[in-house]
Structures are given as structure tokens and as C-alpha cells.
Design a protein around this ligand. Sequence first.
Ligand SMILES: Nc1ncnc2c1ncn2[C@@H]1O[C@H](COP(=O)(O)OP(=O)(O)OP(=O)(O)O)[C@@H](O)[C@H]1O
Ligand SMILES: [Mg+2]
Length: 218
Amino acid sequence: MIELRGIHKSFGGRALFAGFDCAFERGKTTVITGRSGSGKSTLLRMLNQLERQDQGTLRVGDLEIPAGLSDGEWKRRVLQLRRRTGMVFQGYPLFPHLDVLHNVMLAPVRAFGVEQRIAEQRALELLASVGMDAARDRRPARLSGGESQRVAIARALATGPEALLLDEPTSALDPKSTEDVVIVIEGLRAKGMTLVMVTHSQELARRIGDRIVEVGAK
Ligand SMILES: Nc1ncnc2c1ncn2[C@@H]1O[C@H](COP(=O)(O)OP(=O)(O)OP(=O)(O)O)[C@@H](O)[C@H]1O
Ligand SMILES: [Mg+2]
């Protein structure tokens, strides 16, 4: 279970969240919707602490990250958190200077100290699972948007997270590429992965969402 309790978050005096509560059930898919600028990306970024909440508490299983921790304690807990969540970012998601294989291997090797050979084997398995193993040597500039997103999903899974956070994974894609990405996401859902996905697509929300949370609704 991932939980946000009593979350406050403002930028420059503008409150995006004021006493926001939300629970994301293990093994379920939660879809986040809301108009542009309502705070959807900020919500995902708080779930892996790329953005710290001003007040309130994030809980991921037994790991608790309240606002106001000392920097040292926060860093210690965030290291544990980052092992549990993977993120697919909005927009252009890959490291442009690395080929597909090394995009997927980077975090396991650099952040978690996994041996090259083991990281490579795992990366190739993940790339195969999203249909992108044949592109292992390609740079991101030579991938279509849908292919990039599938590699970004493989990369987010490379550290073995319990939950995957996806920020508008299909927003810039044509229907065929969208379908390729959605099939990958549906596969993860069927395997019981906990998913939190931001989308503007009502159709996609209905298709894969177990629950829909609207941000910034007044
Ligand atoms: N680090 C930041 N510093 C200052 N303002 C920020 C920061 N991050 C987000 N904002 C502001 O907070 C608001 C919400 O941003 P956010 O990216 O969460 O919206 P969103 O719902 O994801 O929008 P979109 O649908 O366009 O992606 C925006 O007004 C944005 O400019
Ligand atoms: Mg956004």
C-alpha cells in the first residue's frame, strides 16, 4: 500500500495540495486525471520524493516519510523508497547519450551496485518483455515515441520496483504506438504490479484503471 496523508504542497504561494489524502492499493492500477497544471506530475514526483511535500506523510509499505525530516534521515529513507518505486517521466524520457541497453542498465549498476554482466542480462530480458531487445544498440534519437516509452518502462523496471509511476505515457503517441505501450502496461497490471498512471485519456482510464483519482477538482 502506498499512501499520502494530509499532504500540503505549494509553489510560490500557490497551493496545489491542501490536506490531500490518497491511498494506492497494492496490485491495483490508479489513474490520475485533472486539467493541465493541476499537479498530476507533482503528485507522482512526491510519490518518489523527487518533490518533497510541505506537510503530511508518504507511506510505502512500512516505510514512512513525513515532511520535516532532517536531510540525512530523509536521504536514508529515500534510498529505500527508490528501490520500491520506478518512474516513467512525462515527455522525452531517456538519456540521449546512452544506447537503449545502457539506458536500462544505468540505475542498477550506478545506484544499486549490480554487476555489469547481471545488469545486462536483466536489461535484455526486460527489453524483450517490451519488444525492444532488437534495438539494444540504438540511441534514443533513433526511436519513435512509442519505442522510447517502452524502453523507459523497461528502464523503470530494471531496479525491481514494487510500484511503477507513469506520467502520461501515451500522450504524444499515434494510435498504433499507443496500443503497443498500453499492451505493455496491461501486461504489468495482469502480473499484479502496482501502477499509478497519469493520463488525460478517458478511454485509457476506463480501460486499465481500477480507480480514478481527479487532482485539483473543485
Ligand atoms: N519545481 C517547481 N517549481 C515551481 N513551480 C512548479 C514546479 N513544479 C511544478 N510547478 C507548478 O505547479 C503546477 C502544477 O504542475 P504539474 O507539472 O504538477 O502539473 P500537471 O497536472 O502535471 O500538468 P500537465 O497536465 O500540463 O502535465 C504548475 O503551475 C507548475 O508550473
Ligand atoms: Mg504533468
